[in-house]
Design a protein around this ligand. Structure first.
Ligand SMILES: [Zn+2]
Length: 172
């Protein structure tokens, strides 16, 4: 996952490559507006293209305000000679396991940088020991008859009893 830092809402300079009037976050803002104002402009390298989920968290209290399924990373012009890029994706909704775990809750890390690549823990419970798995989640699992969840490779089927059919898509 990529975790981005959200400052409080502020004006953008007139030369913003995405033409945004402002950036940041304020209470009551819809997820679509938070996405539109903050999907760029970031100094993302090629590594960003490996990731499928983005979290946007307030710099102050570290609360996640928005989760996005990344479809691609696009170029977003230059600011002061630095090439910038932007996330293109889908705003995640309640019911999606990444949204439900993180939006409104603490981010994986407290950042003092604009963004960082972070890991979502699996958090499935080991049946034998009762321990919560802290390995990085690699899959979003969709059972035929139950809510989606995220899991590491070892725990893909952990919450599923017997032979419940499921689909899994990668999460990075
Ligand atoms: Zn696990």
């Amino acid at each position: 996952m990529i975790q981005f830092s959200l400052a409080d809402l502020s004006e953008r300079p007139a030369d913003d490559p995405l033409g945004r009037p402002s950036m940041g976050w304020r209470e009551g803002m819809s997820p679509e507006i938070v996405y539109a104002l903050n999907r760029g402009c970031w100094s993302l390298g090629e590594a960003a293209e490996e990731h499928t989920v983005a979290l946007f968290a307030s710099t102050g209290d570290g609360t996640v305000r928005l989760a996005v399924a990344i479809e691609r990373i696009e170029d977003a012009g230059e600011i002061d000679g630095d090439k910038k890029r932007a996330v293109v994706g889908t705003v995640l909704r309640p019911g999606h396991p990444v949204h439900d775990r993180y939006v409104g809750h603490r981010a994986p890390e407290q950042l003092n940088v604009t963004f960082r690549y972070v890991t979502a823990e699996c958090r499935q419970v080991e049946a034998s020991t009762g321990n919560v798995c802290t390995t990085g989640a690699k899959w979003i699992v969709t059972p035929d008859d139950g809510p989606e969840y995220i899991a590491c490779g070892h725990h893909v089927t952990a919450p599923l009893g017997g032979s419940v059919p499921f689909r899994a898509r990668p999460m990075r």
